[in-house]
Ligand binder design. Structure first.
Ligand SMILES: Cc1ncc(COP(=O)(O)O)c(C=O)c1O
Length: 392
């Protein structure tokens, strides 16, 4: 059998750091150990039953067995607009300010393809969600990293971005509540972002994947709530986390209509839209009862308390996340993030994601997903206590 050579654009894609983590974890599982895997970001609970029921009904409809309309169902785009009005008080025109996406990931990878040319500059958070790098790599653009530091509450410090990068930048990725740090943005930070973006003609892409998940009663702010945000950017929303629909692959982009049009043109070439039944079920998710979302946030909040209080009790000096379903924990002195993650996996069979996998500024931390039961999180604390790493 011949082996065909991969195109350069495939060969130069960034290494999937987390594929090697998954392999390491699987090896320990295969050895028969009871691994508690907190290394991934896959919601552990099922989609709420009323959404599954809406899907069941929608599947029966012959209209959904045909190609769905290019650019998605009008009713789904109207639902997205109504959701933004209800949740954030933001006016969105469903006709030209919404693009239907096969999940947020697809939109994030498509954006650089539709806005950048080879050699253009993109501002990317470090640490950050690895898929920003994938899209940038495919487009042949150049990345300028914006460090997210604890002393700045994990927000980029725009004052430290080199002038040359600001002059050249065409695109900026942001993500709050943040994966991996759990930080949230403030309205003032988003106002500064709009000013910077207008001054330098930068398109802002705000990834709002964890938009529903804020703790201690704090609802995360949408970038589009900021005056002038639609002039300079878009927000990407996914149903994966808010409604435990990660497997369904459904999301949307909202905001600046020139960017929405560019996304839609590319998608006209790549796909017909999502299965109509999924879009109809997504309408039910967005417009139906939202009690499931409150319950989800309450569940994550209890888990957060169990984990963080437990770790603090055994002497590990950790901070609680303000949003998302991740905790970002500083590794004890003397370990790199990979060494510490390896220690937890090999010694106590707890998998966490080493911070360096999210970028060089993630070094010194591990990311822990709040994606298992309270009992298992208590067990994690117990196993870590048994390592006797901390003075109480
Ligand atoms: C920060 C962030 N953005 C986007 C996504 C993509 O979500 P999806 O493609 O399921 O919509 C994820 C998923 O883990 C994420 O963590």
């Amino acid at each position: 059998m011949k082996t065909f050579k991969q195109a350069e654009r495939v060969q130069t894609l960034p290494k999937q750091f987390f594929a090697s983590l998954t392999e390491k974890v699987q090896k320990v599982v295969n050895e028969g150990h009871d691994v508690i895997n907190l290394g991934q970001g896959n919601p552990d609970q099922p989609t709420p039953p009323h959404i599954v029921e809406a899907m069941r009904e929608a599947v029966k409809s012959p209209g959904n067995h045909k190609y769905s309309p290019f650019r998605g169902l009008a009713t789904f785009k109207e639902a997205a607009a109504e959701f933004y009005k209800r949740e954030y008080g933001v006016d969105i025109n469903p006709a030209d300010e919404v693009a239907v996406l096969f999940g947020g990931k697809a939109g994030l990878v498509e954006i650089p393809q539709v806005l950048l040319n080879s050699g253009d500059t993109v501002l990317v958070p470090d640490p950050g969600y690895p898929d920003y790098l994938s899209g940038v790599s495919l487009s042949g653009a150049r990345m300028a990293k914006m460090p997210l530091k604890e002393e700045n509450h994990f927000l980029p410090d725009y004052g430290t971005i080199p002038e040359e990068d600001l002059q050249k930048a065409k695109l900026m990725f942001l993500n709050y509540p943040n994966n991996p740090t759990g930080a949230v943005a403030t309205p003032a930070f988003f106002r500064d972002t709009v000013s910077l973006a207008s001054k330098h003609d930068i398109c802002v892409v705000h990834d709002f994947a964890y938009g529903a998940i804020g703790f201690e009663g704090q609802k995360p702010v949408s970038f589009l709530e900021t005056d002038g945000a639609k002039d300079v950017g878009i927000e990407i929303y996914t149903l994966s986390k808010t409604y435990n629909m990660a497997g369904w692959r459904v999301g949307f982009a909202v905001g600046n209509k020139s960017v929405i049009e560019a996304l839609n043109i590319l998608q006209d070439h790549l796909y017909v839209s999502l299965f109509g039944a999924i879009q109809e079920a997504a309408e039910t998710a967005l417009l139906g009862p939202q009690k499931c979302v409150d319950e989800l946030v309450a569940t994550y909040e209890k888990r957060r308390k169990t984990l963080i209080d437990g770790l603090q009790r055994i002497g590990w000096d950790v901070s609680a996340p303000a949003g998302s379903f991740f905790a970002w924990l500083k590794v004890p002195a003397g370990f790199s993030s990979v060494e510490f993650a390896d220690l937890l996996l090999n010694e106590i069979k707890v998998a966490v994601a080493p911070g360096v996998g999210f970028g060089e500024h993630g070094e010194g931390y591990v990311r822990v997903g709040l994606l298992t039961s309270l009992e298992r999180l208590e067990e994690v604390v117990k196993r870590i206590e048994n390592l006797k790493l901390f003075d109480k």
